[in-house]
Design a protein around this ligand. Structure first.
Ligand code: ATP
Ligand code: MG
Length: 428
């Protein structure tokens, strides 16, 4: 026997039961995003490495250590499996001139790849639902996206303690950040001996990133570091105040978190995260913010923008903890067949029922009628339909209700089709 093959570490199979939950969540998310006029966009999973390096920034966790990068064996091109999708959506929007007649609301769903240590809520292939509002420079766009996420929690049946909590901060304008940066460098330089290796390096290149460190030994030093909000200028303060007013008007609860900086370079002004305490250490379900300089940095005409991404695995873990979703719909009928000629009759009947819009599962037919009946029960179907040798010859079917009252009966196929059609209309 050959050795067993298995999936790559940190990359998960979704078996049917799990994949059905995903389908339900995907449907709900799409529904809510469409309610706000967001339209779908699908970009490739592989991009030129420079797309991500330019957007995310050299000195970030993602670019420094998490990207799956490789050279194309044929032409040596430097390529990367996308670690996030804002960069690629902006690349596509510029390449196809999507902003030619004004702002655009876009959304995506798909796999992302980061070389991280796998654990609950953190994987090497994971999925994000994301939205990007390109060309929107007012806080109404940030507010609208936050309303949309709040509406999504409701649509997914998250209640009470399961609703993630909104944390907000402002990263200010470039000049505010320059002042903050100076203060940070000064502060960390005076405590240089307490910096870990990563932070030593970042002190020269990107001191803001030190605040994002997850090293517990750095926590106290970081807690006492100068905070960005102290350095905000009038423009940033006014922008944030307008956003907070809009959130208050809609009754959206939030907490200002002056230490929230986010792990990518492209953010300014608004940044936010939705965090839950129900998932252990990986509690951030959604992260986003404003990235007004990215479109220009990626080679487009300047266009302000704001967006967020939801981690699908974490969201689905949360939805399952909260038991927010019902079970996916069971088949209307389960078709059992045994004996000579029955297989063909069953195949044909199943197609006729599907013509009526019904969901019909045909048993593989390799086992006894009794064990097929067990599978019919387990399928959750309303009805079992049986075709044996006798039924097949007579052009009949035996109908056995599996839920509620009702007697087993044998009838001509035409009568079954008429009955099912009527049933469907009654239920409609
Ligand atoms: P974290 O601090 O948890 O590493 P991040 O700031 O790197 O998150 P973002 O780049 O903001 O994450 O991505 C948005 C969301 O995508 C996160 O809030 C999270 O829900 C999800 N996410 C990010 N990385 C992973 C991963 N490796 N596995 C599963 N979900 C992830
Ligand atoms: Mg990360």
């Amino acid at each position: 026997m050959s050795t067993k093959l298995s999936a790559v570490k940190g990359m998960n199979d979704l078996l049917p039961e799990q994949a059905e939950v995903w389908e339900q969540v995907e449907a709900k998310v799409g529904e809510v995003f469409r309610q706000y006029g967001y339209r779908p966009i699908r970009t490739p999973i592989v991009e030129s490495t420079s797309v991500f390096v330019r957007a995310i920034g050299e000195v970030t966790d993602i670019v420094e250590k998490e990207m799956y990068s490789f050279n194309d064996a044929l032409n040596g091109e430097a390529l990367t499996l996308r670690p996030e999708n804002t960069a690629a959506v902006v690349r596509a929007a510029i390449e196809h001139n999507l902003l030619y007649d004004g702002p655009r609301r876009l959304w995506y769903f798909g796999p992302m790849f980061r070389h991280e240590r796998p654990q609950k809520g953190r994987y090497r292939q994971f999925h994000q639902f994301g939205v990007e509002a390109l060309g929107f420079d007012q806080p109404e766009a940030d507010a609208e996206q936050i309303f949309m996420v709040a509406r999504l929690w409701k649509a997914l049946g998250l209640r009470d303690g399961f609703v993630p909590k909104l944390q907000l901060n402002s990263l200010g304008m470039p000049q505010d950040r320059a002042l903050h940066r100076e203060a940070l460098v000064h502060y960390f330089q005076s405590h240089q001996s307490r910096l870990d290796e990563d932070s030593q390096r970042r002190l020269g290149s990107n001191p803001l990133r030190i605040l994002d460190s997850k090293n517990p030994e750095m926590a106290e030093l970081i807690a006492n570091a100068p905070q960005l909000p102290e350095f905000l200028g009038d423009q940033a303060r006014e922008f944030q105040q307008r956003l907070l007013n809009l959130l208050n008007e809609q009754g959206i609860a939030f907490e200002l978190n002056p230490r929230l900086v986010r792990g990518l370079d492209y953010y300014n002004l608004t940044v936010f995260e939705w965090v839950t305490d129900r998932l252990g250490a990986q509690g951030t379900v959604c992260g986003g913010g404003r990235y007004d300089s990215l479109v220009e940095r990626m080679g487009g005409k300047p266009a302000a923008a704001t967006g967020f991404a939801i981690g699908a695995e974490r969201l689905i873990l949360l939805v399952q903890e909260a038991q927010g979703l019902g079970s996916p719909s069971a088949p209307d009928a389960y078709l059992i067949h045994f004996g000579k000629g029955a297989r063909e009759s069953a195949l044909k009947l199943a197609e006729q029922l599907r013509d009526q819009g019904l969901k019909v599962v045909l048993d593989p037919g390799q086992t006894s009628a009794k064990s097929q009946m067990k599978k019919a029960d387990a399928s959750g179907a309303d009805l079992a339909l049986l075709i044996g040798e006798d039924e097949s010859l007579a052009g009949e079917v035996t109908v056995k209700p599996l839920r509620g009252q009702g007697q087993q009966a044998t009838m001509p196929l035409s009568q079954l089709l008429a009955t099912m059609d009527r049933r469907k209309q009654d239920n409609a």
